[in-house]
Design a protein around this ligand. Structure first.
Ligand code: GCB
Length: 592
């Protein structure tokens, strides 16, 4: 390419990328250059490096004898990426402020190539400087984002990121939450090179409630995307489908085909290849239908009971955030061993590896955005932030058949503002993905004597109702468990999305008393819950709280908790508590 043309190309692309930050999706279906590894860091508790006084992002070096800077990146102080900072250095265990990260890498600019820098997640807010120029900022700790850096590449490049995990009242989640506030670059970082015109995104799944039509769209990005031929191949189904993009670079697809349907019993995935004259993407996609009829949840037209478990994105044995495929395999194999066909990924969108491993293992998923209690619903900015999080989550995972439920919130107190915000969120979700079900976990079932009533008006906008109840733990039984009667004002399926009790592994004592963190007590609460579940006709799933003990800064009991929420069926070392066996037996005896 001639120099003038190259400059013009870079200018147009640069301008375009400033307007559109999310212009490359399905990153894990592409070849990427990993920037994972050790990154140099500067710990900056008072955010001194953000201003002009000590501008860390300029990465300045002394040039003369009298010159010096009171900050510098060095290999002497590094953190592993991906990884939370709290588990990597003792002094960062409770740290909630700014850390600056720096990575240098070589990648020469290539004529006609566009380049993106991708982050799986950074908790919570960050500013990204590429070769000392701000290329973008991102808020939200659990969803991916990327920036185009075409035209900014040199032979050797530096990425500097200011990461801040301070709690703020208008954050999502806000000031208090019951899990560790792991800060840092917590998921994969990579560089992706594409041609000038490339496949920006695609959505390929069964048409709603059809088993013989594969439908969706492919979106191109670049100049001259109109009337571009694209080809979709699914070799195992003998599909070779040609389409042409419209004026917006979009091609709609409608493929008559009857794939073997994905289910927990047969998690069949197909190799799908999308080709444009300049670009090719390979993905593994499964095909299934999910719908609700009255109080039933139907997977591929058949009623299913969701044998679930809640999981935090944490490796308890190492007291750190989970991020890798190996971590995902470990967590989901535990779920399978318990007898689960379903996992609630609490309380935020987990990393993409776990969703892809769930596709492979045949585990249905509930995925959630972190609207957890105490959200500032009266603040109009919240809806925008929530919608961005929903969009980033759904955009990333819309091709993953394991996901059957999008959850918009957990335990939000009823109010006009709450209802207005979550109703608008639900409308937004339906507008971008009409094929999956919508839920939220409420904790507002009214319990009086032997009767529990579900009447939170938020349920009107849900397809499936999630109820968190802690009968036997936070809430004393008001009747014999087997005599409890559940009523719902809504003819909809119910998932008991949380229930449980705490115990310290190896600690034994009375099954009747909460105060001693005894395994026997936790097991008893599970036995009682199961006795109650047997009498709830519209119950279509159960999710114990929780797979494993997890870290939480707010768990202060100095002997039994020590900074851990002890409601795991597994201990912090992954050892099975008595309650595990109670739940395991329930799932074994329950038909699918
Ligand atoms: C809940 C929350 C969950 C907590 C749990 C508990 O209702 O949804 O995030 O960790 O209770 O253990 O109190």
């Amino acid at each position: 390419m001639k120099k003038v043309t190259l400059i013009a190309f870079c200018f147009i692309i640069g301008l375009y990328s400033m307007l559109c930050a999310q212009t490359l999706q399905n990153v894990y279906a592409r070849h990427t250059i990993s920037l994972n590894g050790q990154w140099q860091v500067i710990i900056d508790p008072f955010n001194a490096g953000a201003g002009n006084w000590k501008p860390v992002w300029k990465d300045q070096r002394p040039t003369g004898k009298s010159d010096f800077y009171e900050y510098a990146f060095t290999d002497a102080v590094t953190l592993k990426v991906p990884g939370d900072w709290n588990s990597q250095k003792p002094e960062l265990k409770y740290y909630e402020s700014t850390v600056w990260y720096k990575k240098t890498f070589t990648l020469k600019p290539k004529p006609g190539k566009r380049v993106f820098i991708y982050f799986g997640a950074v908790n919570y807010q960050c500013d990204v400087y590429f070769n000392n120029q701000l290329v973008g900022s991102h808020e939200g700790g659990f969803t991916p984002f990327q920036f185009e850096v075409t035209g900014k590449l040199r032979d050797t490049n530096s990425v500097i990121i200011r990461v801040n995990n301070q709690r703020k009242p208008d954050n999502i989640p806000a000031m208090n939450f019951d899990w560790w506030n792991y800060g840092g670059i917590t998921r994969d970082v990579s560089i992706i090179e594409t041609p000038e015109s490339y496949i920006q995104d695609y959505n390929i799944q069964l048409a709603k409630n059809k088993s013989d039509i594969i439908a969706g769209w492919v979106q191109l990005n670049g100049s001259g995307n109109t009337s571009q031929p694209i080809l979709i191949k699914i070799p195992e189904l003998h599909v070779s489908y040609a389409a042409v993009t419209d004026a917006n670079g979009k091609a709609w697809i409608h493929i008559p085909s009857s794939p073997v349907l994905w289910s927990p019993g047969n998690p069949k995935l197909y190799d799908v290849i999308i080709t444009l004259s300049t670009d090719t993407v390979h993905d593994l996609i499964g095909f299934r239908n999910i719908e609700v009829k009255g109080t039933e949840i139907l997977l591929n037209g058949k009623s299913v009971f969701l044998k679930g478990i809640n999981i935090h994105e944490e490796v308890p044995q190492e007291a750190r955030r989970a991020w890798s495929e190996a971590d995902a395999e470990m967590l989901l194999h535990w779920a399978k061993e318990l007898g689960c066909n379903f996992v609630r990924l609490t309380h935020y969108s987990h990393n993409e590896h776990i969703v892809r491993v769930a596709d492979k293992l045949g585990i249905m998923l509930w995925e959630e955005v972190p609207l957890w209690q105490n959200i500032q619903f009266s603040n109009p900015a919240i809806l925008n932030k929530a919608d961005t999080m929903l969009k980033e989550m759904i955009t990333r995972d819309k091709n993953r058949c394991s996901i059957i439920l999008w959850s918009m919130s957990n335990e939000t107190s009823p109010s006009v503002y709450r209802n207005r915000t979550i109703t608008a969120m639900a409308e937004y979700v339906r507008s971008i993905d009409s094929t999956r079900l919508i839920t939220s976990a409420i904790n507002d079932a009214h319990i009086k004597d032997n009767t529990a009533t579900i009447d939170d008006s938020l349920c009107i906008v849900l397809d499936v109702i999630g109820v968190n109840e802690y009968l036997g733990w936070y809430v004393p039984w008001s009747a014999k468990p087997e005599e409890m009667v559940w009523n719902s004002s809504y003819n909809k399926p119910l998932i008991m999305s949380e229930f449980g009790a705490e115990s310290l592994y190896g600690n034994h004592g009375s099954a009747d008393s909460n105060g001693y963190w005894a395994e026997e007590r936790e097991a008893q609460v599970y036995k009682d819950q199961i006795a109650m579940f047997k009498n709830i006709p519209f119950l279509r799933g159960t999710c114990p709280w929780i797979l494993a003990d997890f870290r939480s800064e707010t768990r202060l009991q100095p002997v039994y908790q020590q900074g851990w929420n002890r409601k795991g069926l597994l201990s912090d070392k992954g050892l099975k508590k008595k309650a595990w066996y109670v739940m395991h037996q329930f799932y074994e005896e329950m038909p699918d």
